[in-house]
Design a protein around this ligand. Structure first.
Ligand code: PSU
Ligand code: MN
Length: 307
């Protein structure tokens, strides 16, 4: 049998020693951010996890092997090779069979991380329900995977290019535990507050760890979403945000952009229309979430979750 999953030595050791490990995804590197910012952020996220005493496990598919803990060369490959396919969970087996490289989405990364025994995962934004999904049926596999996978995902909500209220409804239906980091306002990625509220918040890393532990102990399986907003003074100016979003959605319609191309188109539209401001916020969000995820993983590893 070929080896389908490879765990790097460093990550393997950390897991054996029950140290804090944080999973990181590669779709945001290969498809979510432009060069050279993508590689810079990938490095920063790993360094921030290490600075908190954790071990980063960036996940992707390398020559058909699902790799937990990419090395420097593999990270560079994800960031600089054009045409690396975006792999959701359903695509990973095909990439494995064909022996190709691929960047893993939240859904694919969460599934692989949990299989390796990793409990905490950081990203920028979760995939969600697209606008007009009632006609297109376009809902990210991230949501269903989070419902089925025992992992805690630290993110800053979903981008406003998606349907935020519908995404929250689906998370409820799917039984994903959602808690805000020191807030009951659901973050709106570029914005501190999406305008939607959530029921629960946690006030500390150890409180987050206790929620994660409780979810695991109660035997329901499934994941926890920890929603970490960008600070109000660092968010995109809300008026600018609203203006760019509505212009971007119009441009989308005018040019009949659909399917997988929607997100890259709108992200690029935002970056251009805000003179790069949205990109800087995107990068900051990923760094913040990596740092918080590491702190929570340390609290879990240190027994703050009780076990
Ligand atoms: N949201 C972002 N940036 C991203 C993504 C989501 O703000 O790069 C990526 C993540 O990897 C996520 C994926 O898992 O897009 C969702 O894609 P889809 O909607 O095709 O499931
Ligand atoms: Mn989709």
């Amino acid at each position: 049998m070929p080896h389908r999953i490879r765990i790097s030595d460093g990550v393997r050791r950390a897991l054996d020693e029950r140290r804090a490990v944080v999973a990181l995804e590669t779709t945001l590197i290969a498809h979510g951010l432009p060069q050279p910012d993508n590689l810079e952020v990938a490095h920063d996220a790993e360094a921030l996890v290490r600075a908190e005493g954790g071990v980063p496990a960036t996940i992707g598919v390398i020559a058909g092997v699902a790799t937990i803990g990419l090395d420097e060369g593999e990270l560079e490959l994800m960031a600089t090779t054009s045409g690396v396919p975006k792999l959701s969970a359903r695509d990973v087996p095909v990439a494995a069979a064909l022996g190709v490289n691929g960047a893993t989405t939240v859904a694919a990364t969460a599934s692989l991380a949990a299989q390796a025994g990793i409990r905490v995962f950081a990203t920028g934004g979760l995939g969600g329900v697209h606008r007009a999904a009632n006609e297109s049926w376009d809902e990210s596999a991230d949501l269903d995977m989070l419902a089925r996978t025992p992992i805690a995902l630290v993110c800053s909500g979903v981008k406003s290019i998606l349907d935020v209220p519908a995404t929250l409804e689906r998370l409820e239906t799917l039984g994903v535990t959602v808690v805000g980091w020191r807030t009951t306002s659901f973050p709106g990625f570029y914005l501190t507050d999406s305008g939607r509220s959530i029921d629960w918040s946690v006030a500390s890393e150890s409180e987050a760890a206790v929620v994660i532990e409780a979810r695991a102990s109660l035997g329901a399986g499934g994941g926890v979403l920890i929603a970490n907003p960008i600070a109000p003074e660092e968010q995109l100016d809300p008026a600018t945000h609203d203006r760019v979003l509505s212009a971007g959605l119009t441009a989308l319609d005018d040019r009949s952009v659909r399917g997988k191309a929607v997100t890259p188109f709108l992200l690029d539209y935002f970056a251009t229309a805000t003179g790069g401001a949205s990109l800087e916020i995107n990068k900051r969000i990923i760094r913040n979430n990596a740092r918080l995820a590491a702190r929570i993983a340390c609290a879990l590893a240190g027994g703050a979750g009780g076990s």
